[in-house]
Ligand binder design. Structure first.
Ligand SMILES: [Zn+2]
Ligand SMILES: [Zn+2]
Length: 293
């Protein structure tokens, strides 16, 4: 969540999600409906992720200090990693329970499901309308809005399932709806899990090609080779580059500064906004792009 969201509106959306969570959990247990419980678990993780993102967004804006020279930017990423891991576990548990119920069907009180499911749908639609207002302000909020849109669809699936069970007595539909919701949860969780894990592993960010970038830099005639390259992301916005640049000539420091600025502006074209270079003259032996052993 961006700081653009005012605290009152944000609190409203969180309370709404916690409200649905509780209503659907109690309703799901009373009615014996796993689909409702899975929707509840989903809404709980949504509320948790809203709170975490809000806190993380605040923490990540704290200034750098001598103990945290990178600042607190990764707080966001850690929150996203934690959230998505939780979602994966919830999705897995629900799927297992749904499969078990295929073989041992449980009787379901569809009236309770219909009432609670409708409340859930209304609450989801309300959160959606709140987020829609803010969604033009940031990508973060826009994705939260789209998320609530999908959540409303899953509430509708719970309701349709309940109606069909009520009319035709097809109890297994509760498991089918559960698995569909679980798959949706897992799908979105995997995307966030991969993106946050990739940042935590200092992977080369998606869309950045070490070989291509180094060959662009090598077009500079004074550079002999470039090695020991790292390109990594501090968070979604800050991309860093470091590398050893072996020069053809033993230049003056003022020339090295000029070359540095040329490299820096070339890298900025790729979207890299923090550059650290170690200049060398006959420096490392046996150099590779990512090593200097
Ligand atoms: Zn959701
Ligand atoms: Zn080197």
């Amino acid at each position: 969540m961006g700081a653009e969201i005012d605290l009152a509106g944000f609190t409203f959306v969180v309370i709404l999600n916690l409200g649905i969570t509780l209503a659907e959990l109690i309703g799901g247990i009373i009615a014996g409906s796993l689909a409702l419980i899975s929707d509840s678990a989903h809404n709980f993780s949504d509320a948790l992720s809203l709170i975490l993102s809000y806190v993380a967004e605040r923490v990540s804006k704290k200034p750098k200090n001598y103990r945290k020279t990178f600042g607190y930017k990764r707080a966001n990423i850690i929150a996203a990693f934690f959230n998505s891991s939780t979602l994966l576990v919830i999705g897995g548990l629900l799927t297992m329970e749904a499969i078990r119920r295929f073989f041992e069907p449980v009787s379901i009180n569809t009236n309770v499901v219909l009432v609670v499911g409708t409340i859930g749908l209304i609450a989801n639609l309300l959160s959606m309308i709140m987020l829609k207002k803010w969604s033009k302000e940031s990508l973060n909020i826009r994705s939260a809005y789209l998320h609530m849109l999908m959540d409303s669809l899953s509430s509708i699936a719970v309701l349709i399932g309940a109606v069909v069970i009520k009319i035709y007595g097809l109890k297994f539909l509760d498991s089918v709806v559960t698995i569909l919701i679980a798959l949706y949860v897992v799908k979105e969780a995997i995307e966030i899990f991969n993106a946050s894990l990739s940042i935590l592993m200092e992977s080369t960010p998606a869309g950045f090609d070490v070989e291509n970038i180094s060959s662009q830099l090598l077009r500079n005639p004074v550079i002999k080779d470039i090695h020991h390259i790292h390109i990594w992301a501090l968070d979604e916005r800050n991309i860093l580059f470091e590398g050893h640049v072996n020069l053809k000539e033993d230049v003056k420091l003022s020339d090295a500064m000029r070359i540095y600025n040329e490299i820096k502006s070339e890298l900025e074209k790729f979207g890299i906004n923090h550059v650290t270079i170690q200049f060398e003259f006959n420096g490392c032996k046996d150099t590779g792009l990512i090593s200097c052993s």
